[in-house]
Design a protein around this ligand. Sequence first.
Ligand SMILES: NC(=O)c1ccc[n+]([C@@H]2O[C@H](COP(=O)([O-])OP(=O)(O)OC[C@H]3O[C@@H](n4cnc5c(N)ncnc54)[C@H](O)[C@@H]3O)[C@@H](O)[C@H]2O)c1
Ligand SMILES: O=CCCC(=O)C(=O)O
Length: 482
Amino acid sequence: MTITVEQMYSNYINGAWKTNAEETKASMNPAHPREVVGYYTMSGTRTLDEAVEAAASAKRNWRKMAQPARGDILYKAAALLEKRIEEIAETMTREMGKTYPEAKGETMRGAQILRYYAGEGMRQSGDVIPSTDKDALMFTNRTPLGVVGVITPWNFPVAIPVWKIAPALVYGNTVVFKPAQESAVTAAKVVECLAEAGLPDGVLNFVTGSGSVIGRGLSEHPDVNGITFTGSEQVGRGIGQAALGRGAKYQLEMGGKNPVIVTEDADLDTAVDAVISGGLKSTGQKCTATSRVIIQNGIYDTFKEKLLAKVREIKVGDGMKEDSWMGPCASESQFNSVTSYIEKGKEEGADLLCGGETIPEEEGYYVTPAVFDNVEPEMTIAREEIFGPVLALMKVETVEEAIETANDTEYGLSASIFTTNIQEFLSFMDDIEAGLVRINAESAGVELQAPFGGMKHSSSHSREQGEAAKEFFTSIKTVLVK
Ligand SMILES: NC(=O)c1ccc[n+]([C@@H]2O[C@H](COP(=O)([O-])OP(=O)(O)OC[C@H]3O[C@@H](n4cnc5c(N)ncnc54)[C@H](O)[C@@H]3O)[C@@H](O)[C@H]2O)c1
Ligand SMILES: O=CCCC(=O)C(=O)O
């Protein structure tokens, strides 16, 4: 199916798609930068205020609705999302570049997340705790925060919004959702599914626009009780400070510089495939993407040759083409950032073994997957998040040194080790500073029913997804009855 009509997406406020006089902006296809995918609104603070007011007015009735009834609406939204899977996946590929099979997988994941939280509607929401008073009944009950602001990045335009909005709603909060501009059209289609599922007016509101106006405005708004954010560390810190300053609850999931350790005991073919998949799928634009590959000296050259042979075979092209394994960078600014990191790597003395080229015959923001050799821990490409198809190979002598090198970063999102030695995997599990710890598995890939989040600068130390979501989206009331 090819979408040919360029569509205008406005804001969704208080149960209606608004037509307004605000400036609109085109969302462009990074594979064909002159092709418009759709238009969205560059909203101002008055529109944001309207959305927050709608969410605030709706919050009492929504909280009072039975939790299973809230879950039923999410089941309906899941079915609607699944029904539109091909259209939404195509929009995602055209809007931010990931390949169509990946986009389809992500859209399906969105439907599964909705079903998971729909099921939460029927699960327990508190505990009975023994009181020291034999005549009293003591228990906890959960209550929603109220109005929650959801601010999301462009790299998972369906999954990340859904894994925030679905738990927010099922636990009884109302939502104002601000997506990244680069994926605003895909996000609007997710909102259409939720709206069509029967959410009462004002329960979910959608406002597009710049981060500095709408994102910042949400984090500073006195009537927004909680903010859940995924994106860069720099922006996240500002949001955290704004929320803390006015006593709102906040949750931040931010960058990563994820290491994969390959030991002399590893199955090298498995490790090569995992590094390629974890580092280069989605053009390396995952917070969980493999960025540093830390390899023991004894197998360094063998691993490197096996890796290079496979990386050189990767077909880069328009994500809508069947033979493209990797799509373009998501935007011009992302392309400029990735290519400048590649230049920096060369300038600082790392050896570029393959890739890092643009494709002259293609007009899109393409960069071929780059592999750097002889990367030293102090180099920029070993320290900063690149968020692109760049792998930095680092040589170590021992597994202890490998773990030390892996931990030598301000981030702590995901980390993997490839080994068949149980002692090595136990040391890694114990000593690695990361929220996601993978043994013989790639650094990327998140299961919706398990807690997700990072350590150090990667996160505000909270967790998303699975049952962990309940901790953020609710407050506990301890009740004593006598
Ligand atoms: N840890 C995770 O779960 C995770 C997942 C995906 C992406 N990320 C991170 O996201 C980054 C890439 O995404 P991005 O470029 O969209 O990030 P970004 O921080 O630039 O933007 C994220 C969102 O914040 C908004 N925003 C921008 N400035 C703002 C401000 N001053 N106040 C409030 N909101 C503002 C943006 O409009 C967007 O909606 C990478 O650093 C990546 O690691 C992290
Ligand atoms: O980009 C962050 C989310 C990572 C993710 O969902 C995955 O690795 O599957």
